[in-house]
Structures are given as structure tokens and as C-alpha cells.
Design a protein around this ligand. Structure first.
Ligand SMILES: Cc1cc2nc3c(=O)[nH]c(=O)nc-3n(C[C@H](O)[C@H](O)[C@H](O)COP(=O)(O)OP(=O)(O)OC[C@H]3O[C@@H](n4cnc5c(N)ncnc54)[C@H](O)[C@@H]3O)c2cc1C
Length: 395
């Protein structure tokens, strides 16, 4: 006999678990999350988990800002520990983008975000030992930082479970069933679950569920790597989180004596069922080069490991967060594009509000609509920093 639920959530990453928690908080206790492997098995478990507000558009800054309020007060709002470290965030941009940077800062300040422009001398004080001559401008967010992505997803799932949600790992959705023109059930490798609403948060593994529904948003799975370096002699203080748009890199402390760095490589397709979870040797060399271009002491830093994870890029590099108009009852968080950890608390809350209240209340999600590609209106930011097709460090 088929099981039943009010909502089935597909995917046990940070967006699926956040949605499960927020649904339960709004009173939907008959929700059922299924995850084909284990919690945080996808991008979430590999995330750099930078938590910064700096974007070159308002909707993403709003999602990040609403999410920061949750990260800051996680124990009281969700329960458990998300490992948030508010050590501050620096956005560095090349010369020529000073005016765009200023406009972005002003837009963020209007939302309520604590951010300001800083001078080269201030950058040198915030990031001791750095080379600053090639920096055109910088924004500083004292309250931003990074979190523990696994702990965040586990905590959302545990809080949802305590509120009555069924969290089931080792169960794979094989088809979303529609009947009479709307969502009716999810077929899985362990039987069918009847439900009038489904939230699809499958990360890089979603296309197989979209194809039978005739949904093609041009999503592309992409492998992203990071590398960790032990601090060299003379480096003894934890630095802030940095996105360095001059050297196309992003880095943050890892533990008490190391730095985790990622460098943008451009976007290319990789099969998410067969990708290599380790870090490539030439990528390690590239990371050392880009990190020491900003912090010269790291030329002699010891490499301490690295990994690769899978993200799903959308054609314009922005997520799709929507109630899919052609499939009533289907809600989706797709095309995370490598920047959707920091926004996951608000994404989950908005999706839950959509299901319970008929529309999202926390943030207006119109800009994230799935139809923007078919309309010929992909997302373009007026004040971007001139580099297209970025992943993790896209502002
Ligand atoms: C190396 C790296 C660094 C990153 N750094 C940052 C950062 O600094 N800041 C930031 O904000 N973001 C960052 N990201 C991106 C961020 O981690 C992702 O955007 C976010 O974790 C996506 O979460 P998700 O829940 O949508 O997807 P995922 O975490 O990918 O979860 C999807 C889950 O769905 C499951 N699943 C898929 N198909 C099915 C099915 N058919 N049935 C059941 N389960 C299924 C998968 O097993 C997986 O566990 C980074 C990503 C990587 C890889």
C-alpha cells in the first residue's frame, strides 16, 4: 500500500532539510524527506560554507541577510549548532569596478546589512601580510563569516524530525507522478508516497526527475574543488573570509591553523554519478599560486588535503526557486550554482511559506522564477564585476 504525506521533499542537503524544518515550524508535520544516500551527501557536505551578504543584486542579498539572522541565532531558532564563525568578510574587486562596488554596498546598506567600503590601509590591517596594490576597492562585512555545512544540514534535519517530519535516508525518488494535471505522488526505489505537494531539492542529480515532466531549464552539473594549506611560519592569526575577484579565488580559515581556498576554473560539465571526489594535483598548484599572490607567505605553506563536490549550474548562474507553473504542486530549488548554502535558511522558509500560505513572505522570489529562460530574460546584474560564469565566488 502507498504511504501518504502532505509534502514529500526530495534531497537531504541543506535546502531540503531547511525546507523540512520550516514546513514543520509552520505546522506541516506530515512531511516526508527522502535522501538517496545520506544527509549532506551532495554539495552541502563539500561546501566552503561562506556566509556573506555581498551580491551584485538585491534579491540574493535579501536571501543572505534573512539567512544570516538564522545563522547568528541558530540555537534558538532551529536548535543545535551550525558552527557559525562570524569572523568578518572582505570582498576585493579589481580596479575599474570601484563605482559598481559602491553602488552594491549602498544597495546592501538600504536592506539593513552591516557593510562598508574599506581603504587599502584598512585591508592591510584586516588581512595582515597581504599584497594590496592591485586591489581597486573592497567591501567589509564585520558580521559575516562561515559555518559548518554538515552540522547545519544535520541540525535542520534533527529539528524537523523532532517536530514530526519523517527523515528517511537510503531512499531514492525515481519519478514524480502527476495525475489530473498536478502532482499526485513520488515513486521511489522503496515504493510510492502519495502527496499533493513535492519539493524538489536534488542538487546536481535532478535532471532525471525533470525530464519525464518535460522540464528543461538548461541546468549543468559541474565539479568544484577546494584545497587546504597549513599556515606557514609567521602566520598565527585567523584571517577573515575573503573573496578575491582580482585573483578569482575565495578563502577562509579552516580550523585553527589552516586556510581553505577555492579558485574559479570556468564552468564545464561533469557526470555527477562518476565524478572524482579528490583534488587534482594541478589544482593544488593553482590554489597555491593564487593564494600566495594575495598572501605571499603561503608560497611555503604545506598542503593538507582537498576535495571536490558537485554543484548544478543554471544558464545565468542564479538559482531557480519556484512553484513550477506547468506542474501544480511541484516546488523546486534547482541550479544552486555554487552559492546556495548561505541562503538556505531563507530558501527553505520561503518554500515552506509558499506551500502553507500560497506565496513566499520572507523574500520576493520573482527574480528566481523558472520561466525566465523561456521568456528570454536570463538574470543580468547591472553592477557586476565583469567576470561571467563564476561559481562559488560569484557576487
Ligand atoms: C566545493 C564547494 C564549495 C562551496 N562553497 C560555498 C560557499 O562558500 N557558500 C555557499 O553559499 N555555497 C557554497 N557552495 C554551494 C553550496 O554548497 C550548495 O549550493 C548547497 O549546498 C546546495 O544544497 P542543496 O540542498 O540544494 O543540494 P545538495 O547539497 O547537492 O543536496 C542534494 C541532495 O539530494 C539528494 N538526491 C538527489 N537526487 C535524489 C533522488 N532522486 N532521490 C533522493 N535524494 C536525491 C543527493 O544525494 C543530495 O544529498 C559550495 C559547493 C561546493 C561543492
Amino acid at each position: 500500500m502507498a504511504q501518504t504525506a502532505d509534502v514529500v521533499i526530495i534531497g537531504g542537503g541543506v535546502n531540503g532539510t531547511s525546507t523540512a524544518f520550516h514546513l514543520a515550524s509552520l505546522g506541516v508535520r506530515r512531511a516526508h524527506l527522502i535522501e538517496r544516500r545520506h544527509l549532506a551527501a551532495g554539495a552541502t557536505g563539500k561546501s566552503g560554507a561562506l556566509v556573506r551578504m555581498h551580491y551584485t543584486n538585491e534579491p540574493e542579498s535579501r536571501l543572505a541577510w534573512e539567512s544570516l539572522k538564522v545563522f547568528r541565532n541558530f540555537k534558538n531558532v532551529v536548535g543545535g549548532d551550525c558552527g557559525f564563525e562570524p569572523i568578518g568578510f572582505l570582498q576585493l574587486v579589481p580596479a575599474g569596478f570601484e563605482a559598481a562596488l559602491q553602488r552594491n554596498i549602498e544597495r546592501q546598506r538600504r536592506i539593513g546589512i552591516d557593510t562598508r567600503a574599506v581603504t587599502r590601509d584598512e585591508i592591510r590591517a584586516l588581512l595582515p601580510g597581504c599584497r594590496a596594490e592591485d586591489i581597486g576597492g573592497a567591501a567589509w562585512e564585520p558580521g559575516s563569516g562561515y559555518a559548518d555545512p554538515n552540522a547545519t544540514a544535520y541540525a535542520f534535519a534533527e529539528a524537523a524530525r523532532q517536530l514530526g517530519v519523517t527523515i528517511e535516508t537510503g531512499r531514492e525518488a525515481t519519478r514524480i507522478v502527476t495525475e489530473r494535471g498536478r502532482v499526485a505522488a513520488v515513486e521511489t526505489d522503496k515504493g510510492r508516497i502519495d502527496a499533493p505537494a513535492v519539493v524538489l531539492a536534488p542538487g546536481a542529480w535532478g535532471q532525471g526527475l525533470l525530464d519525464p515532466l518535460g522540464l528543461d531549464f538548461g541546468l549543468m552539473p559541474h565539479r568544484v574543488q577546494i584545497c587546504i594549506f597549513r599556515w606557514p611560519p609567521g602566520v598565527s592569526r585567523r584571517h577573515p573570509v575573503v573573496i578575491d575577484a582580482v585573483h578569482q579565488s575565495w578563502f577562509r580559515p579552516e580550523g585553527t591553523h589552516s586556510t581553505l581556498i577555492g579558485v574559479e576554473l570556468g564552468v564545464g560539465h561533469t557526470d555527477p554519478e562518476k565524478f572524482d571526489e579528490g583534488v587534482d594535483p594541478d589544482y593544488v598548484a593553482l590554489c597555491r599560486e593564487q593564494l600566495s599572490a594575495r598572501l605571499p607567505a603561503f608560497r611555503d605553506a604545506g598542503m593538507r588535503g582537498g576535495w571536490a563536490g558537485m554543484i548544478m549550474m543554471s544558464p545565468d548562474g542564479r538559482p531557480v526557486i519556484d512553484q513550477i507553473p506547468s506542474v501544480p504542486g511541484l516546488y523546486a530549488m534547482l541550479g544552486d550554482s555554487g552559492t546556495s548554502f548561505k541562503t538556505s535558511p531563507a530558501i527553505g522558509r520561503c518554500l515552506a511559506e509558499w506551500i502553507v500560505h500560497g506565496k513566499p513572505r520572507t523574500v520576493d522570489l520573482t527574480a528566481f522564477r523558472s520561466t525566465r529562460f523561456a521568456e528570454g530574460k536570463p538574470w543580468v546584474d547591472p553592477d557586476s564585476y565583469g567576470r561571467e560564469r563564476l561559481t562559488i565566488s560569484r557576487p
